[in-house]
Design a binder for this molecule. Structure first.
Ligand code: MLT
Length: 202
């Protein structure tokens, strides 16, 4: 399997590092503008998903049937978060206190990793995430998370968003939600809400 490609931007080490996880078709720098807006001085680490489907980078594969490949999801998530561990040491930033910033495919993989104990990271901003599987680790322990959803989202249906919230809550997560009446896209108001959440986070 290919090596992971990463981007690191150093910052104030007394602030948590923002771990940027892009959506399908993005890359390691895709969420940089949003990360800069919500946490100007925080160190920032972005990692590119190493699965490429139809030219688009992703964090895990689909099966030929179009369904999510749960084996790929498991292996790639484990490998991704091993990489995060390695890079945290390399760049001398604290891993446990990181804040994930994920959109769509990146939010999905981040939440999956938390719910399957593949990472010590417990906090995150998850834009337009969904539940990928109903199997979660009963011992998973999630911290404070912010999650957004679009009422008209053709990818993440209301029912699925409710499901992922249920899993996070059952794992001890304290959720703040933001909903807009659009689709899968990220709005300025949404980013501002995420920033307000992060500013207040202890
Ligand atoms: C996924 O593949 O994780 C979801 O369908 C969201 C996306 O398209 O990135």
């Amino acid at each position: 399997m290919a090596e992971f490609i990463n981007y690191f931007q150093d910052g104030d080490h007394s602030l948590p590092t923002i771990l940027m996880l892009h959506g399908t078709g993005g890359d390691e720098k895709d969420l940089l503008d949003i990360a800069e807006f919500i946490g100007r001085d925080n160190p920032k680490l972005g990692i590119r998903g190493r699965i490429v489907e139809g030219g688009a980078n992703r964090y895990f594969a689909h099966l030929p049937s179009g369904q999510f490949d749960l084996q790929s999801l498991q292996t790639e998530s484990a490998a991704l978060f091993q990489e995060v561990h390695k890079l945290a040491e390399e760049y001398k930033v604290d891993e446990d206190s990181m804040i994930m910033l994920g959109f769509s495919n990146g939010a999905n993989v981040g939440l999956y990793a938390m719910l399957h104990k593949l990472t010590p990271i417990k906090r995150g901003i998850f834009m337009h995430a969904m539940a990928l599987t109903d199997k979660i680790d009963p011992d998973a322990s999630v911290g404070k998370v912010w999650m957004s959803h679009g009422i008209l989202d053709p990818i993440v249906h209301e029912r699925n968003f409710a499901l992922i919230q249920k899993y996070v809550k059952n794992s001890g997560g304290q959720i703040t939600t933001f909903e807009h009446n659009r689709g899968h896209e990220v709005t300025m108001e949404e980013i501002q809400d995420a920033k307000n959440w992060l500013d207040k986070l202890e």
